[in-house]
Design a protein around this ligand. Structure first.
Ligand SMILES: [Zn+2]
Length: 74
């Protein structure tokens, strides 16, 4: 996996987004670093390519309805 860390941006395997790798926040399952994804205002596990929280069911909440099933597109 190729990770390029910019000022506020991350590019992971060519997928570019605003976010930040967490240095003190780890995945409960695999212990790898979590990544904050600005656009969806939440964290995901880089290794597992999964969100740390499940989607809320509120259709009016601005983040969840547009959130993809997996953080990184392949
Ligand atoms: Zn994980």
């Amino acid at each position: 996996m190729k990770i390029v860390e910019g000022d506020r941006k991350l590019i992971i395997d060519g997928f570019e987004f605003y976010g930040k790798i967490q240095q003190t926040n780890f995945c409960k399952q695999c212990k790898s670093n979590l990544v904050f994804f600005d656009k969806f205002d939440t964290y995901f596990c880089l290794k597992g390519n999964s969100w740390t929280d499940s989607k809320c069911s509120d259709p009016h909440w601005k983040y969840c309805p547009s959130r993809p099933e997996y953080p990184l597109l392949h």
